[in-house]
Design a protein around this ligand. Sequence first.
Ligand SMILES: [Zn+2]
Ligand SMILES: [Zn+2]
Ligand SMILES: [Zn+2]
Length: 282
Amino acid sequence: MKNQASCLCGSVQWEITAEPFNAFNCHCKMCRKAHGSAFGTYWFVKPEQFNWLSDTDTIMHYRSSHLLTRSFCGTCGSVVPYPSGQKDHWVVPGGCHDDGKKSDCHVFAAHSAPWYDITGDLPRHDDYPDYTGMKRVEEEPLEPGPEGIVRGSCLCGTVKYQISEPFKLVQNCHCHRCRKARAAAHATNGFTSMDGVKFVLGEECLAYYKVPDAKYFMQVFCKTCGSKMPRLDPDRGIAVIPFGGLDDDPEAKPVRHIYVDYMAKWYEITDDLPVFNEEPTS
Ligand SMILES: [Zn+2]
Ligand SMILES: [Zn+2]
Ligand SMILES: [Zn+2]
């Protein structure tokens, strides 16, 4: 078997040659920030079952804890595979793959985002399951912030932003570009006005990647850690916020799934939100 994938820009390509022996949806805060999404889906394969199919010179590395160094494409920001810091295996972001193994379980379910409700009957673990032998990293508690402000930040802390306007819409997008950009099952994006978002730290450390044949699609990410950051879009007069970067509860939740015709074959929607084949115009 060969299952091939790439990052959003296509610079980084890889394959796995066996069914992953584990597939987790990880809801920890670090994964949410790295992907800008509700959770990262990780497939674990043995080193001999993983091959690069391209150059790897655009890959950047960020050491997110003493246990793990994460990797992303420095051109487009997609999370790309990396060796596990704890075990002799490779960690592959399932979101870049159209087809493959369904997730076995949710991990760090107790840490899931306040704006995301886990549904469905996959087992939920508050930590790594015991059989993996993997250790967790403690999360830093967050100091209370100013009233009426929703704070967000990247994994490395270089970029921080504040949202002061309500979200007009929050939705889960399953399109091909969102899946690759977030290297996740789907993106969850919130939309607010341009002047509702202010970068308070590190705006000069943002990187931008626009998909060449797309009208609007652009990924904004931290150059150091690859976390997905807000995108201000003057053409449409809106700001698009990848929800995984939020530190505070936005008190808004996704209201629908869009582009479900393009959903990853390994993923299943288990909530009862409305689904749309494309993006509704109203
Ligand atoms: Zn790329
Ligand atoms: Zn995680
Ligand atoms: Zn960063």
